[in-house]
Design a protein around this ligand. Structure first.
Ligand code: ADP
Ligand code: MG
Ligand code: MG
Length: 251
């Protein structure tokens, strides 16, 4: 699904990722771990064409297409979903309007007709009910005045409505209480159908207990220095990044 080869990414003229390699196949859940400032957010930002990032070298293909040729909205329309570490407030834009526009933009890209408004409202309301979200969430403007937890729940509402193929989550669990973490896990797990894939960044194994990763990677000095399964996350939790060593293996 996603193949990253020798990717180099600069931020503010500083080299953050260097010869980074990663392959994500259909249905796989990958986790990137690493110390603060190592470049975890840079990776997912570069993959979603964030303006902070400058890709200076490398190849990225998504479903066989050259991802680097696509702009941010084309990448979203192709099926990439990105939940930022700090979701932005979109002032003056009603959340329900935003959700519907996002879905319709994706449908137009795929040459499908617009969603039926009544049916779409019904779908959104059933998600709100199933996930115990506040009804107000679709009446308010996008993230405007939302608490940190409400913003992350709104990201999950977007996820459930957009049904992307590659789900990228950047520290979705930071600052969330255990009920909100469970909600995130339920939403992400509901999307996992053997075809969709996940690339997530987290510091905590609490989320990983609920969304079982297939692969855990440690990022250091611009590349993956060690890969393993869920046990690597448990080992990290116990011994820290200094304690687990390197094997210079990239997946
Ligand atoms: P992580 O998510 O692993 O904590 P980041 O990918 O956010 O790390 O950041 C990697 C490095 O790039 C850090 O040194 C950070 O300070 C720097 N950086 C990130 N964004 C910017 C920016 N907009 N301007 C300058 N430096 C930045
Ligand atoms: Mg950080
Ligand atoms: Mg980060």
């Amino acid at each position: 699904m996603l193949s990253i080869k020798n990717l180099n990414v600069n931020i503010a003229n500083k080299e953050i990722l260097k010869d980074f390699n990663l392959d994500i196949k259909e249905g796989e859940v990958h986790v990137i771990m690493g110390t603060n400032g190592v470049g975890k957010s840079t990776l997912v930002k570069a993959l979603s064409d964030h303006y902070d990032c400058e890709v200076t070298k490398g190849e990225v293909t998504f479903k066989g297409k050259n991802l680097l040729e696509l702009d941010a909205s084309e990448r979203a329309n192709e099926g990439i979903f990105m939940s930022f570490q700090n979701p932005v407030e979109v002032h003056g834009v009603n959340n329900m309007y935003f959700l519907k526009s996002a879905v319709n933009e994706k449908r137009a890209y795929k040459k499908q007709e617009e969603v039926n408004s009544a049916q779409f409202l019904k779908e959104v309301k059933s998600i709100i009910k199933e996930y115990n979200l506040n009804d107000e969430i679709i009446k308010r403007n996008v993230n405007e005045g939302f608490s940190g937890g409400e913003k992350k729940k709104n990201e999950m509402l977007q996820l459930l409505v957009l049904k992307p193929e590659l789900i990228m989550l950047d520290e979705i669990d930071s600052g969330l209480d255990i009920d909100a973490i469970k909600l995130v896990a339920k939403a992400v797990n509901s999307m996992l159908d053997g075809k969709r894939s996940v690339l997530m960044i987290t510091h905590y194994d609490r989320l990983l207990e609920l969304i079982k990763p297939d692969y855990v990677h440690i990022l250091k000095d611009g590349k993956i220095i060690k890969s393993g399964d869920y046990n690597l996350a448990l080992e990290l939790q116990k011994r820290g990044f200094e304690g687990v060593g390197e094997d210079n293996e990239s997946s």
